[in-house]
Ligand binder design. Structure first.
Ligand code: SAM
Length: 207
């Protein structure tokens, strides 16, 4: 997976490559899917949701430029695989999942690895997590119609937000950097085209 799906496709951050090489992705999947865990495909995780393909996980993580000291907000815990990677690469991860059964399963899986720097909450992540803001990095793992203002406001100055934005059928992965105290003073970069499940909530798509 590391050589073929990540390095060969341009992922170069050594910390990301090392971390993704050590976290057992198959343990985040149901037994019947574990033999497909290291192929470059999204896979079902229940409740009509998916775990993203390894390349996209690598690309999104690399785009956050983590150094180990960051406080991160993740919207869309899913099965917890991306959460585990973030917990290895940053200081603290706050993760929100709107589907309770997925959040509970992710919590159980992550507990089995004994992470002490992850807090998961069930709810609508489009509101962010204001009590813990500002965040050095925010990662949204579901596709949004636009960048939620709430998340821009909860990004630290100099912080990075990575989010797929577009229609329900296709999006552009955007990397936003907040440049000053003014939340709309941002730099926006297109990372690539992508297709994610919907970000559903007050500042996302309606259910
Ligand atoms: N990164 C995850 C993993 O490693 O399994 C995959 C995430 S999956 C592509 C997107 C997730 O976002 C789904 O689990 C979905 O329920 C969740 N989601 C969608 N809208 C949300 C919202 N408003 N707040 C929190 N989670 C949301």
């Amino acid at each position: 997976m590391i050589n073929k799906n990540l390095k060969a496709r341009g992922i170069t951050d050594e910390r990301v490559l090392r971390t993704m090489g050590t976290i057992p992705r198959h343990l985040f999947l149901e037994e019947g899917l574990q033999d497909q865990a290291y192929s470059d495909n999204p896979l079902p995780i229940g409740s009509r949701q998916t775990i993203s393909q390894p390349y996209i996980v690598g690309l999104m993580t690399e785009s956050l430029e983590l150094r180990g000291t960051e406080k991160i907000l993740e919207i869309g815990t899913g099965c917890g695989y991306q959460t585990a990677i973030l917990a290895e690469l940053a200081e603290m991860v706050f993760s929100i999942e709107r589907i309770a059964s997925l959040a509970f399963r992710a919590q159980r899986t992550l507990d089995s690895f004994h992470y002490h720097n992850i807090l998961i909450r069930v709810g609508d992540g489009t509101y962010g997590w204001s009590e813990e803001a500002p965040f050095d990095a925010i990662i949204v793992t579901a596709g949004a119609p636009e960048i939620p203002e709430t998340l821009k406001k909860q990004l630290a100055v100099g912080g990075r937000l990575i989010i797929p934005v577009g229609s329900r059928s296709s999006q552009t992965l955007l990397r936003i950097t907040r440049l000053s105290e003014e939340p709309d003073d941002i730099k926006t970069e297109d990372v690539c085209g992508c297709r994610f499940v919907d970000l559903i909530g007050e500042h996302g798509w309606k259910d």
